[in-house]
Each structure stands twice: as C-alpha cells, then as structure tokens.
Design a protein around this ligand. Sequence first.
Ligand code: MG
Length: 426
Amino acid sequence: MKASGLEHYDISLLYVEDERVTREQVSRILQRIVTELHVAENGQEGLKLYQEKRPDIILTDIMMPVMDGLEMCREIRRLDRESQLIMLTAHSDTEYLLECISLGVNQYVQKPVDFVQLASSIETCSNYVLLKRKIVRQEARIQMLSQAVEQAPAPVIITSLNGSIEYVNAMFSRLTGYDPEEVLGRNPRLLKSELTPPDLYAELWRTITSGNEWKGELANKHKNGSIYWETVKISPLRGSDGAITGFLKVSQDITDRKLYEENLHYLGTHDPLTGLYNRAYFDAELQRLEAGREYPVSVVIADLDGLKDVNDNQGHDAGDRMIKGAAEVLLAAFRASDVVARIGGDEFSVLLPRTDHEAVTAAIQRLRTNERDSRLGFFARYLSIGAATAKEAQELHNTIKNADRLMYADKTRRRTSRKNIPQIPL
Ligand SMILES: [Mg+2]
C-alpha cells in the first residue's frame, strides 16, 4: 500500500541508533513504512528489545556506546540465523566491513542516512520476510492437508499422469488389504475384478485424461480375492500452469449397502422356499412382454396335485419338500432365460419368450419323460400342466387363460388315473 509516496510493509522493525537527531528523523520515516517499530539507543538496549519483540528486520548504527551495532548483531545472529540485518555505515566505518560480511549483514545504508537507499533496503528485506512467511504458511497448509488425507476416513489414491500409483492413505490399505509399498508404482487396475465391465476403465481413463471428473461405482478385488464395492470420484490434478500432473481418486466403501440392496432385491423378486421368481417378478415380466417384441411367447401353468393331502397327513415339512421338488422339475425342464415363478401355494407359471408351441410342447414332453427317472420323476408325477402360445402381444392375456384351462383339463385327466400320494421322500 502506498502512503505518502512510501511503500508500507506489514512487518516489524527494530531500529538502533545513539544519535538523537538522526534517531528521531529516521524513526519518523520508518513509522510510515513498517507496521511495528521498536527503537533503541544502543546495542544492549537493542538486544533486549530484540529478545522481547523478535522483529523481522534489524536496522542499526555501528558506533554506539555500551554495546556497538556489530556486537549486537553477533548476538542476534546467534539467536536467529535468518533475521534480516541492515547496517547504517559512515565512511569511517569501512574497517568493519569484513566483520559485517562475516555476520551476513543483508543490506548497507550510507550515513548520513540516504533515504532512497534506506527505503530500497527495507523493501528488499521486507519482500524476503513476506515471502518466507508465505512459504511457512504454505508448508503448514501442506502439512495439515497431508495429515488430513492420511487420516481421512475415505480411501485415497494419487497417481501420476500415466496412472502409476504415487500415494495411498491408511484407509486404502484397510479397504484393499495392500500396504503402500505393495502398490506404489503399480497401476490401480490391479484392484480390478471380473465384475467391472471391460470398457468401463477405458471410459474412465478417457474422461479423466480429457480433464474431467469421473464418478461411478466399481466392484474391485481385495488382496484376499473378495469383492468390495465403492463409489468413486476421480479428478485430474493440475499444476500451477493448469496442465494435468496426475489423478486423485477418493472413494467410499459401499459393499454393505450393495449386499443389502442385492438381498432386498432378491427378497422382493424371489420365493424364499424354492428360490424361484415370485408373483411380483412374474407380473413385471408379463408387463414387459406385453410391451415387447419377443414373440412368439409361450406360457406354462403348472399346479401341484395333492399338496393339501400331504400337508394334512405328512406335515408341512413334507409339503415344503414337495413344493421344492416341483420347482426342481420345472427348473430342469426350461431354459435359464425363461421366467419360472411360484405364483401361489401350489401354483407355478413359466414365461418363455421367443418360444413357439412346438418348442414348449417338447419341453413339457421332456419333463414328462422324467417320470421314469427316480427323484425328479417322483415330483413330476404330481404336476398338472397346461401350455399355450401367443403369436403377438394382444394374445398374451388369452394365452394365459388357455394355459390355465389346459392345466385343469390335465388335472382332471390325471386325477382319474392316479392312486394315493405315497410318502414324500426326504
Ligand atoms: Mg553512532
């Protein structure tokens, strides 16, 4: 800030001078240049003030009673090698020049006091002090930031521009099982699991190298081989010139949430007893097919005969075994892509996209031939089955009714030919 033609500095200065007139005159000028001014009349007084106030800059005369300027500066240097010393020298003092040099005096100002030279010397010393202050602040800030990153509750990775790991924090090691020395210099791909889609890393890399932030979820692999999920934010790091120098990845472990969600999703869409899809999932798939183009769609309705008898006479455990057996029969008869669902207590439905009537009939035929096989055959014998095929979406609703009607026809036919239900096998 300029004040009456003089630059002002936010620093403290100690001025030591024995000649009263000079001291008063120079002090008046100094008061306008520096924020904090301390004035002493000799070296001893100056040293005492220095110890008390620790000023940034010391401006001192050489020839003084009690303790001269050189001796005072020698003491000050002992206390602080970095303090800025400005020496006021008259021509007669040149014999002290060598001593001044050995003390590392920073600036010299001619006596009688050359004010232009004085202002310029204070400017040079002040700039040094202010720069040093800034560096100290930056160092403290860096220290604070690095501690914050090291102790952060989130895993952090810093990589170079080519992606090799330069830094990982403590949480990274806790999440991944890798100690820093095991991963430094390596590519974060070492954490990649088979669950990561092949082109995801390519997309991620494209995004961050073009200077943008990438956010997403990754399924990564712990050192012990187990999978963990994380939400990830990767940002480019830039140098003072704006060029990308590396990348910062901060993540959050969401494995528990993922497992919980998967479990919720599973419970919401599956029958807990058989593991088949439940009615809600079946209805949703039906809606999807009504809007879709996967025709012909075949529908199979299957009903377990005699479940009530089994429950009443052999207990509910036997009934449950019977339901599970029926589910196995159906799963074995249809493709993995078909939707095999348990709709009610003894009721099952199957949706077969892109399946014509011939194909679904063949599948049921195979199921029936199971009747000769020991285990699946036993349960297959108690399934009444009807199947129908929709050639287009409009027919789907009626197709389900037809399959249901055919299932009842099958049940009636089988009832006349079947004996009592034997003991349900364990
Ligand atoms: Mg003097």
